[in-house]
Design a protein around this ligand. Structure first.
Ligand code: PMP
Ligand code: GLU
Length: 400
């Protein structure tokens, strides 16, 4: 019998974090790696948010906090949900956690019994399926296509439902595809859950503010299913606060209570200083705040730049993502090609080839449930993007 549990032995390492670790190691060895693997803003946290954290330390916000977060923070989130999303929640329906990642994990562990199914449209964010399995649930994957902008339809969800279906999870804007669902599309999906009132809808809205073409729409806006929905959100992406580790869930009271119970036995209340800073973040109106609006505008420019650069390299078939900061091109055209030494058989082979030959770190689509694609994060400077594209072009030209 080994020391490590079967559960953890079977758990895969997060592919995004693994690639970032690898890229850090290669950099430390003196290699000039351009890291397009990690999904985080390259911008620093805005000054006004940092100032409130400094003030929090000075004012001795240094003690344990209530398990679901300071009431003042939960009230700021309630106001944010009303102001930005026209959603009515009570502070008792909010749980603040150590990142959206923990909020997701709280929800899966709170609702899943062994062998209950969670429907996940692919491409999906790297940790959903692993978290479901860790909580002894079964991920049920619906494959979507680049030609349909990687969108799942209501009918496809209906077809995937079984008596064991416990939940459905998706992100809009989506990581890794940047896909944004319209209100009409969300209404059609909501109809499926109106017909199935026992299924929980987990709506990951962490990229809410990184949406270039439209107003953010939450599936929780439909009153006939609102009580089945748990929203996941946080400060990591929209406020460039990935390292602060603060996210939240908002929704169904019973699930919220279970998450608080679980969190009370695992991590307790989130870091007190990050919570005080998050109050300031949620009180800001992102579209009216220059630091945040400038960051989002920069992402949009980089998206346009990187799409045009990638379009100059034969073999990458990409769509135009409306949000987040990723491109997720189909790379099947490279399969079977060789530089005379290495043959590209899979997306992972291409990612490893580009790491070695172009010194560009990317993530294979396998990690997101699509083995024909690879993910580029364009949350880096335009100079880095130009350099990465020219190195990739040169490396790909060697593949015949
Ligand atoms: N959901 C998605 C779709 C993400 O891309 C991320 C980024 N890691 C998370 C959740 C987790 O975010 P956090 O940094 O708040 O844990
Ligand atoms: N969301 C980011 C990504 O997808 C962060 C890494 C992670 O937490 O997996 O790259």
């Amino acid at each position: 019998m080994g020391i490590i549990s079967n559960k953890i032995n079977q758990l895969q390492e997060s592919a995004t974090l693994a690639m970032t670790k690898k890229s850090r190691e290669l950099k430390a060895q003196g290699k000039d790696i351009i890291n397009l693997s990690i999904g985080e803003p390259d911008f620093n946290t805005p000054e006004f948010i940092k100032d409130s954290a400094i003030e929090a330390i000075k004012q001795n916000y240094t003690h344990y906090t209530p398990v679901p977060g300071y009431l003042e923070l939960r009230e700021a989130i309630v106001k944010k949900l009303k102001r930005d999303n026209n959603l009515n929640y009570k502070a008792s329906q909010i749980v603040v956690s150590t990142g959206a990642k923990q909020s997701l994990s709280n929800v899966f562990f709170s609702i899943l019994n062994p062998d209950e199914e969670v429907i996940i449209p692919a491409p999906y964010w790297v940790s959903y399926a692993d978290m479901v399995q860790l909580a002894e649930g079964i991920p049920v994957i619906i494959q979507t296509e680049i030609i349909h902008d990687f969108k799942v339809t209501a009918q496809e969800i209906r077809n995937a439902i079984t008596p064991k279906t416990k939940a459905f999870i998706f992100s809009s804007p989506c990581n890794p595809t940047g896909t944004v669902y319209s209100k009409k599309e969300l209404r059609a999906i909501a109809d499926v859950f109106k017909e199935n009132p026992n299924i929980i809808v987990i709506s990951d809205e962490i990229y809410e503010h990184i949406n270039f073409d439209s107003q953010h729409e939450s599936i929780a806006q439909f009153d006939d299913i609102k009580d089945q929905v748990v929203i996941i959100n946080g400060v990591s992406k929209g406020f460039a606060m990935t390292g602060w580790r603060l996210g939240f869930s908002a929704g169904n009271q019973e699930i919220t209570n279970a998450c608080v119970k679980l969190q009370g036995q695992t991590t307790s209340g989130t870091n007190s200083i990050a919570q005080r800073a998050a109050i300031t973040a949620f009180e800001a109106i992102p579209k009216e705040n220059t630091e945040i609006a400038d960051m989002v505008a920069a992402f949009q420019k980089r998206r346009d730049l990187f799409i045009s650069l990638l379009n100059e390299i034969p073999g990458f078939k990409t769509n135009v993502p409306e949000g987040a900061f990723y491109l997720f091109p189909n790379v099947e055209a490279f399969f079977g090609k060789t530089d005379g030494n290495i043959t590209i058989k899979t997306a992972t082979d291409l990612v490893m080839y580009l790491l070695d030959e172009a010194l560009v770190a990317l993530v294979t689509g396998d990690a997101f449930g699509d083995p024909n694609c690879i993910r580029f994060s364009y949350a880096t400077s335009t100079n880095n993007l130009k350099l990465a594209a020219s190195r990739i072009k040169e490396a790909c030209a060697k593949l015949k």
